[in-house]
Design a protein around this ligand. Structure first.
Ligand code: TUI
Length: 315
């Protein structure tokens, strides 16, 4: 057992969150993670309010354990999604890709535990002051939209800056990363990439195959020019995007247009040419498809072994 402030706060067996991956993290995946004892998270990103309500109800058909909904703050549906979360009495909400202060009062007053994903100390301190229950400190090793700081440096700085528990994210995909995160001051971890290849994850088989095949240098960051850098696998799409953004003759509008729909094409169609296969740097550690339960158990067993033998370094 690894027992931390996060497992206690949320009443879960493992202090391990499944990232709220846009287009990927549906009721089936979140339910599997929560039923296995972690925190499953439904991505609100690609849904309007009513679609999210249906997804929450679907999860509840198979799961009565704590779960969360992630609100991607850049989503055009963020405001209605924020209301549905209150109406459906979702126990935990995580946010990403922005500042969640607009919605925090509404959520905390409804008794919802708010756990924003932050990429800086400044935002962590701001949300802690406004009643966040914890923060996810996400480093740039993560897949998808990332900040500038990396996990090794970000997590301890956030942990020393706030009094609430910190969950580490970015670059963690095995028990070594889990143990290291706890040593950096985290009380839990969040993983996206490792759950991409979970048996209960319904992404296209091409996506899973690419993650399983990926090595340490398989990802690329593009989109900096548009103000939202995104890490994804090196594919014809992401390489072309990186080239186009260097070209002054291409306008921001053209770039945006080129990127629109690319993640959905990867997740639903496995489109190897036009798809954006968002993925973290830790993909090189992900070598087999497992159930969510197997992932949580293996992560815990590995971390326990490392943590219990760590005293050997001290003479
Ligand atoms: O949000 C994520 N990861 C995501 S969102 C996403 S969907 C998307 N698709 C195309 C383009 C852009 C997004 C795919 N992956 N992770 C949480 C996260 N939040 N990472 C970084 C941040 C972040 C960055 C800056 C949070 C706050 C912030 O500044 C807020 C402010 O205004 O101070």
């Amino acid at each position: 057992m690894i027992n931390t402030k996060i497992s206690q706060l949320l009443g879960i067996e493992y202090p391990i969150f499944q990232g709220g991956m846009a287009w990927v993290a549906d009721a089936a995946l979140a339910s599997a993670v929560s039923n296995a004892g972690g925190l499953g998270i439904i991505a609100g990103m690609n849904m309007n309010g009513e679609q999210l309500r249906a997804e929450i109800r679907k999860l509840r058909e198979t799961c009565d354990k704590p779960f969360a909904v992630n609100v991607m703050l850049m989503s055009p549906h963020a405001a209605e999604v924020a209301d549905v979360i209150v109406e459906e009495k979702v126990p935990v909400v995580t946010t990403g890709a922005g500042n969640p202060l607009t919605y925090m009062k509404k959520w905390t007053e409804a008794g919802i535990k708010v756990i924003p994903v932050v990429a800086s100390v400044a935002l962590a301190q701001m949300v802690a002051k406004r009643g966040a229950a914890a923060v996810v400190a996400e480093g740039g090793e993560s897949g998808g939209h990332i900040g500038e700081a990396n996990t090794m440096a970000l997590v301890p700085q956030v942990a020393q800056a706030v009094d609430i528990p910190v969950i580490a994210a970015g670059g963690i995909a095995d028990g070594r990363g889990y143990a290291a995160a706890l040593m950096l001051g985290a009380e839990g971890i969040q993983m996206g990439t490792r759950f991409l290849v979970a048996k209960e994850c319904n992404i296209h088989p091409n996506y899973k195959a690419k993650v399983l095949k990926a090595g340490d240098t398989a990802t690329i960051v593009s989109g900096r020019r548009l103000g939202h850098p995104v890490r994804s696998l090196k594919t014809p799409f992401s390489r072309k995007f990186a080239e186009l953004e260097k070209d002054p003759a291409i306008s921001d509008e053209q770039l945006n247009e080129y990127g629109t729909g690319a993640l959905r094409k990867a997740v639903s169609e496995g489109d190897e040419v036009n798809g954006a296969f968002m993925c973290g740097e830790a993909a090189g550690l992900v070598k087999c498809e497992q159930t969510c339960k197997e992932i949580l158990e293996e992560m815990t067993a590995q971390a326990e072994k490392i943590l219990s033998s760590a005293g050997r370094f001290i003479v």
